[in-house]
Ligand binder design. Structure first.
Ligand SMILES: Cc1cc2nc3c(=O)[nH]c(=O)nc-3n(C[C@H](O)[C@H](O)[C@H](O)COP(=O)(O)OP(=O)(O)OC[C@H]3O[C@@H](n4cnc5c(N)ncnc54)[C@H](O)[C@@H]3O)c2cc1C
Length: 428
């Protein structure tokens, strides 16, 4: 399936994430205080904060820095979780929900500070109601954010005032989040890797962790070309944690989501005149961002499982034309897809035991949360704070059943409309 690669070969115009000369594969045996598995935002942020705290840290990456979701995403950095604010409140109660919300706000600020000037930060994200039900949902979410979480940086808009900020078809108003922003996700992951190198940690690309074992209080992480022995291991391999941590496949399910990028045009800036990016309330969850050089990046769809469906590229181009008819004629220069780690309740699944920390379940909200998670991991290992426990304490009982069961459940619950449109295209 061509869609598994970062670029569609037919339209490749941008380079995939390249191996860095300083990131040689693991060789022989290496001891360290911490071994981090995975060089996305979560692993790199953990490595950065650990190295800054004085820990000898090694990062193992199966492919290249940013090869996973961190180099493929929609670039929207916003507070909160995949769970709606009211769902958070209902399931956790006011105290715990407010504490988690405050952490997510901190995560946005931290990401902004770490990304700095070189990552094309662009302020404001729109949440677009696709129908009146969507508008009511947004109203509810905004009310909880303002009244329960004290977060006043979000404002409701009716259809005509939203249209001045973002020109999408058939919208029913929505909200603009002034705290949220967009960035270039690939530049951000590369800048994190640069900071990790500068702080003094080693990153080894082409070094997949194959097995973990523990003896005499030390973990051994085996790769094809060597192994790392460390007191602490941080599993930050996203959905691939499933192969390394017991039961992780029941904690988060892989869902494939699709993106495209158009050629640059002044029309893109006109379509997104007052916001950097946005997403809508459809079941397909369309999301979009204007790039610094005037392109539209557009994403959407959700396909349970790792394998991409046929005609996903055509599906996404049609969805883009429905949402932005005025941009439908722009050439599409790149298409790609990536996997999101989806939990049953939209909340992360972190765990800590015997020197092993596992980070999983960012559910498509991971730019800020994975960045913050890295700091929480470092603080926990360094005994500075146990804010990681705010997440590890979350109810972990609501997990997926077997692999087949979770795919069926996801397909029925969440993605039936977009799957139906994929299948209609395939049979046309
Ligand atoms: C198309 C798409 C759009 C998205 N849009 C947004 C968005 O707009 N906003 C937002 O907040 N979030 C978004 N997300 C989600 C966000 O990108 C992720 O939550 C975040 O990048 C997760 O970071 P991570 O470090 O946990 O995982 P990853 O970035 O996936 O990193 C995991 C790394 O581990 C490596 N790995 C895997 N197995 C092994 C192994 N055995 N040994 C060593 N390394 C291994 C992988 O190669 C990978 O590099 C999107 C995701 C996708 C796919």
């Amino acid at each position: 399936m061509f869609f598994d690669t970062i670029d569609s070969p037919a339209r490749r115009t941008a380079p995939p994430m390249r191996a860095h000369a300083a990131h040689a594969p693991m060789g022989a045996l290496r001891t360290a205080e911490v071994c981090v598995v995975g060089a996305g935002y979560a692993g790199l942020s953990a490595a950065l904060h650990l190295t800054q705290a004085g820990y000898d840290t090694v990062v193992l990456e199966a492919k290249t820095v940013g090869a996973g979701a961190s180099g493929r995403n929609g670039g929207q950095v916003m507070p909160g979780f995949a769970a709606d604010p009211h769902a958070l409140l209902d399931s956790l109660g006011a105290r715990q929900a407010s504490a988690l919300w405050a952490l997510s706000v901190e995560a946005v600020a931290k990401t902004r500070a770490l990304a700095g000037a070189g990552c094309d930060i662009d302020p404001r994200v729109a949440i677009v109601a696709a129908d009146s039900t969507g508008h009511a949902e947004i109203e509810r979410a905004v009310a909880v954010r303002r009244d329960m979480f004290g977060d006043r940086q979000i404002a409701l808009h009716d259809a005509s005032s939203l249209a001045r900020a973002v020109a999408v078809a058939n919208q029913h108003g929505g909200a603009i989040d002034a705290r949220a922003f967009a960035l270039d996700p690939r530049k951000y992951v590369q800048s994190l890797a640069m900071r990790v190198r500068e702080a003094g940690a080693r990153i080894h690309e082409a070094s997949p962790a194959l097995r973990l074992s523990r003896a005499n209080g030390l973990w051994t992480v085996e790769t094809p070309t060597g192994c790392v022995r460390a007191a602490h291991v941080v599993l930050a391999a996203n959905i691939d944690n499933a192969g390394l941590a017991p039961n992780a496949d029941r904690l988060a399910a892989p869902v494939r989501t699709f993106m495209l990028e158009t050629a640059p045009s002044p029309l893109v800036g006109q379509a997104l005149a007052g916001v950097a990016a946005g997403y809508d309330t459809t079941a397909s969850l369309h999301y979009f961002r204007r790039t610094a050089d005037g392109r539209l990046q557009f994403g959407g769809g959700g396909w349970p499982g790792r394998i991409a469906p046929p005609l996903a590229d055509m599906y996404l181009r049609r969805e883009m034309a429905r949402v932005f008819p005025q941009l439908a004629h722009l050439p599409v220069v790149r298409q790609w897809s990536g996997l999101v780690d989806v939990t049953t309740d939209g909340l992360p699944r972190f765990a800590r035991a015997d020197g092993l920390i596992r980070l999983l379940g960012f559910c498509g909200h991971g730019i800020a949360l994975a960045t913050l998670a890295g700091q929480l991991v470092a603080d926990a290992i360094d005994d500075q704070s146990d804010r990681l426990a705010l997440f590890t304490r979350l109810d972990q009982k609501r997990n997926w059943p077997t692999a087949a069961g979770r795919t069926a459940q996801l397909a029925i619950q969440s993605f039936a409309p977009s799957m139906a449109r994929f299948l209609k295209l395939a049979s046309a």
